[in-house]
Design a protein around this ligand. Structure first.
Ligand SMILES: CC(C)(COP(=O)(O)OP(=O)(O)OC[C@H]1O[C@@H](n2cnc3c(N)ncnc32)[C@H](O)[C@@H]1OP(=O)(O)O)[C@@H](O)C(=O)NCCC(=O)NCCS
Length: 160
């Protein structure tokens, strides 16, 4: 069956909000649709409390269209998650969200971004390549449940 056309959004109308406990009823169904190994409520609550974590939701009107987070430790950012809600995929929102992270993290002193991506996640690997990341290695059997490898990607965003 053909995928439905993506819903195009006016990116200027997006509202970025830091993750809070009251968002979880909206967030968890999107998370379960998006991942074979979804984060639990407890894992999201941990992100709210975790000092180095910066986790944001993007709303278009009342609609949750994307969310994601990164940790900043010294000058290194680590992307923990980036998710676009299913109806809004394929219209550039993922790339726009990465650009937001990059600007946000650079403003806080980040000079390099690293992430791991499931080797079979073609959409995410394309998104990161489009956002200027390069593949720097593979962690064998990184995902315990499936035994799948992780591809490690990085992008320099500042410094000499
Ligand atoms: C990965 C994800 C965030 C991409 O978001 P998106 O808004 O659909 O991506 P964009 O529209 O910005 O597209 C970015 C690039 O990826 C490509 N892409 C997006 N979806 C794709 C798909 N299903 N298959 C192949 N390529 C795809 C686009 O063509 C584009 O590349 P291009 O500019 O070279 O053509 C989204 O698919 C998603 O939320 N997936 C489920 C959660 C997930 O796996 N997150 C990543 C791991 S944390």
């Amino acid at each position: 069956m053909d995928e439905p056309d993506p819903i195009t959004l006016d990116f200027d109308q997006l509202r970025l909000v830091p993750l809070a406990k009251e968002h979880l009823p909206l967030l968890l169904p999107v998370e379960h649709e998006a991942y074979p190994d979804p984060w639990t409520q407890g894992m999201f609550l941990q992100e709210i409390k975790n000092g180095p974590s910066h986790f944001y939701l993007a709303f278009h009107g009342d609609e949750l269209v994307a969310y994601g987070g990164y940790w900043l430790i010294l000058d290194e950012m680590h992307i923990t998650k980036i998710t676009v809600a299913q109806p809004y995929r394929g219209s550039g929102l993922g790339v726009a969200f990465m650009a937001f992270f990059e600007e946000h993290g650079r403003g806080l002193g980040g000079i390099i971004i690293r992430l791991e991506v499931r080797a079979s996640n073609v959409a995410a690997r394309k998104l990161y390549a489009r956002a200027g990341f390069t593949e720097i290695g593979v962690r064998k059997r990184y995902y315990a449940a499936s035994g799948e490898d992780a591809v490690v990607m990085a992008k320099k965003i500042g410094g000499a």
